[in-house]
Design a protein around this ligand. Sequence first.
Ligand code: SOE
Length: 383
Amino acid sequence: RATTARPDPGTTGLPRRGYRAGILGVGFMGGVHARAVRTGGGVVTLVAASDVDTARDAADLLGARAVADSAEELIASPDVDVVHVCTPNHLHVELARAALQAGKHVVCEKPLAVDVHGAAELAGLAAAAREADGRVAVVPFAYRFHPMVREARERVRRGAVGTISLVHGSYLQDWLLRDSDDNWRVDPALGGASRAFGDIGSHFCDLLEFTTGHRIVRLVAQSATVYPQRVGADGVTHRVETEDAVTLQYQTDRGALGTAVISQVSAGRKNRLFLEISGTESTLTFDQEQPETLWEGRRDASRLLVRDPETLSAAAARYSRLPAGHPQGYQECFDALVADTAAAIGGAVPDGLPTFDDGLRAARLAAAVGESVRSGGWVEVSR
Ligand code: SOE
């Protein structure tokens, strides 16, 4: 039981030179990363985008001190210690590789790479950088940083759920519901062949494995592309070769079964990441759109646990950034992820910081889903 909402000093604090970030990409995610850096007391020293005008237009909003002419210039800058890669997916490998080779710490958006080969290369480079001089390489599986997710993980860990038999859920969005909705993620050349699964199914699987400690070892998947064609922002119709939705069924290494529905075309569902863990003692249910609560189901006495740093386990209270009754959510998850990244750079070992190994894990799962969709059969997920 936690008696204070104050963060654990063992895992906070800026690295000695401060947290000097360079942000590559100025879309939605670039903004989220920049806010998290500044909230933690860091500085966005440089920002770069696909062209200088775009970067200049976004610099103020991101609170960036200066604009780099190119990604290469940003990566080479002595004013940048941590490179945040927030570009379209197809550039992740090339930019993260260059940043690691230039001696920087890296936070690279997911999917880490559009295939296993690229993700494995980056995981190898990150391991070498960690060995060489303790550098940190993070993939923002940010939903791990919801306090109630930590609470669920803690309850699983201390046996309150019992032996887990079922883990099911969904990740549903509707921002690609119409054929007039389009985005670079739809194009496999930019986003990768695995779209709905790579973009959000990866979060679902990461959350499942993070909270339960189980690993998905076998799966069978189906996919659907609701619109064979979409109309781009330029008014031109193009073929769609990536999936709008995936359904999957899986088994874990510890004998649990589960199913998941992943979709970017579910009307009314904005960002509903829903996970339900059932064991021999209790059920825990987390819904990302109601992140202040965790449902605990018991045969005789079910209840809704509410985020209150006074009553949560210490592992969860550590991620409570606001007093009870003052809702916190998505941005605070990123703030906490960057704070833990800073702490890791400073030499701490924060529990549950998602690394490039987790990015590689997501790439392996996406490959297994793709293989199963093609073959129609069960696929073993490679380790
Ligand atoms: C779009 O689907 C998106 O921004 C994802 O790319 C993020 O990873 C997810 O957290 C929210 O939705």
